[in-house]
Design a protein around this ligand. Structure first.
Ligand code: FAD
Length: 464
């Protein structure tokens, strides 16, 4: 069975239709020239400059349903915006209707059940702040201005992931507006096939208006940054490999090649988050604090909420961003040497190479329960280039591609969908992002969105 969808042949909306649509919404409908229009089309990645004909600033699920129906009726291309963080920029479309969920910030924690229902416009800062009031949290992204929506639908990697799995592993249900404008709740008990696809399949199947997450008791963490001189980078990364291979699930250590915060040139940092008894954490951190020794040790006990915002200052909206990433099954010496050699010539002080630790509960999540396929890798590598001047685009992108290319001998063919660039990575890379789940995702797309109404995303094309 496929959903009965209205024909898409009606011409573009006239002024009367647009005014009637605007009047029907609880939130504002913005058009080019309206106050707030340019703010509403600002994304994290300053390279993206798209101009939707209409931006529906949805206040409720009802607004979302009306927006989907309006776009269908008038054959408008659609994009869906959560936090606007995705570097591919698919949150906006040129000339169509952007369904902007960012005004939808309601949430309710149930402390007895240890769950939270969270509307899709929330950022991690907003959700963490509320949940921490109850001493609870779920796995969330590490820059607190990131939206919960896009991150959850693609998987969700964060400080708590080795303890509690991906963000999408902690999803209990989702309210979804489908391509025909109807509304369903997906969970293990209802629309279980859709629920599987929402957990790793990106925004391909509908607009999620509410996410319900499982929460965990989280209070003080032991965390922060250790900074080492760049001339020890190869040794630090070998040591990092040792530490991460032996780490308990409660310990997450990220390795980052970056320009030192004092601007003195390249450096290597280990970012640490330990989610367990402080005395045990102190013992686990001792070797990291003694190795080198570090140029700076900025680790200590801190509230989880603080750890979640520690890196924010370095990640403002509006810089030019170009990212390339790959999962890694291991971190061989040759890979380490290639990274260090090329990072020595980094052309922007804002760029970084990040090695994210996986394993632990990430690996225990089930492919049967979620569409997220990449469970067996120990690391995710992200080459994250950022700069300010558009005239520098080619040079910065070339450096990024060169570094990423150099690590390919040890890299998996698969890639994290949330780190994919826009179209330029191509269909094969999108397929690689969905891995072994791809065929099942296509079948789901054929069922829930056979006309590919939701195609402004890392798109799974229907074959129906
Ligand atoms: C600085 C930075 C740090 C990051 N850190 C992490 C991290 O620690 N861990 C991690 O896992 N990822 C991280 N990411 C990647 C992040 O997961 C993705 O960028 C994610 O898509 C952001 O979600 P968003 O809602 O802000 O994005 P948006 O750009 O608003 O949305 C991205 C896409 O998701 C879809 N979408 C969004 N909302 C909905 C919805 N409600 N219903 C249906 N589809 C929807 C749409 O297709 C949209 O194009 C980071 C990104 C940045 C820029």
């Amino acid at each position: 069975m496929t959903l009965g969808l209205p024909a898409e042949s009606t011409p573009a909306p006239d002024e009367a239709a647009i005014l009637a649509f605007a009047a029907s919404l609880g939130g504002a409908l913005l058009r080019p020239g309206d106050p707030g229009y340019d703010d509403a089309r600002r994304l994290f990645n300053g390279m993206i400059d798209r101009r939707p004909a209409l931006i529906a600033r949805c206040a409720t699920a009802g607004d979302v349903m009306k927006s989907v129906r309006f776009a269908r009726e008038h054959a408008l291309p659609v994009s869906v915006r959560g936090g606007g963080h995705n570097v591919a920029g698919n949150a906006l479309c040129d000339g169509g209707l952007t369904i902007d969920l960012s005004p939808m910030k309601g949430m309710r924690v149930d402390p007895r059940a240890r769950t939270v229902r969270a509307q899709a416009g929330l950022t991690w800062r907003e959700l963490d702040r509320e949940c921490q009031g109850f001493g609870l949290a779920t796995t969330g992204g590490q820059i607190s201005s990131t939206g919960i929506a896009g991150l959850t639908l693609g998987g969700g990697i964060g400080w708590l992931g080795r303890s509690y799995g991906l963000t999408c592993d902690n999803l209990l249900s989702a309210d979804v507006v489908l391509a025909d404008g109807s509304f369903v709740t997906a969970s293990a008990a209802e629309h279980a096939d859709l629920f599987w696809g929402l957990r790793g399949g990106g925004g391909n199947f509908g607009v999620v208006t509410v996410f319900e997450y499982r929460l965990h008791p989280i209070g003080t963490m032991l965390g922060g940054m250790l900074l080492y001189p760049f001339d020890r980078a190869s040794e630090v990364l070998r040591f990092y490999r040792e530490v991460t291979q032996a780490a308990p699930d409660a310990l997450a250590v990220y390795a980052v090649l970056l320009t030192a915060p004092d601007g003195s040139g390249p450096a290597v940092a280990l970012l640490v988050g330990y989610n367990g008894p402080l005395a045990q954490g102190e013992a686990l951190l001792r070797p990291l604090r003694e190795f080198g020794p570090p140029r700076a040790d900025l680790t200590g006990p801190m509230p989880y909420e603080q750890l979640q915002t520690l890196l924010d200052e370095g990640f403002p909206f509006g810089l030019r961003n170009y990212w390339k990433s790959s999962f890694l099954a291991s971190l061989p010496d040759a890979t380490i040497d290639s990274i260090v050699e090329r990072f020595a010539a980094v052309p922007s002080p804002l760029s970084a190479v990040v090695i994210e630790p996986l394993g632990g509960a990430y690996g225990r999540g089930s492919r049967e329960e979620t569409a997220f396929d990449h469970r067996d890798y120990d690391y995710n590598l992200l080459v994250l280039a950022r700069w300010e001047d558009a005239a520098d685009d080619e040079r910065q992108m070339r450096w990024t591609r060169d570094l990423w290319q150099a690590v390919q001998p040890a890299a998996a063919a698969s890639v994290y969908v949330n780190y994919l660039e826009a179209g330029q990575e191509g269909a094969a890379r999108i397929r690689a992002a969905y891995g072994a789940s791809y065929d099942r995702l296509v079948a789901l797309k054929n069922h829930y969105d056979p006309t590919n109404f939701f195609r402004g995303n890392q798109n799974i094309q229907p074959t129906a």
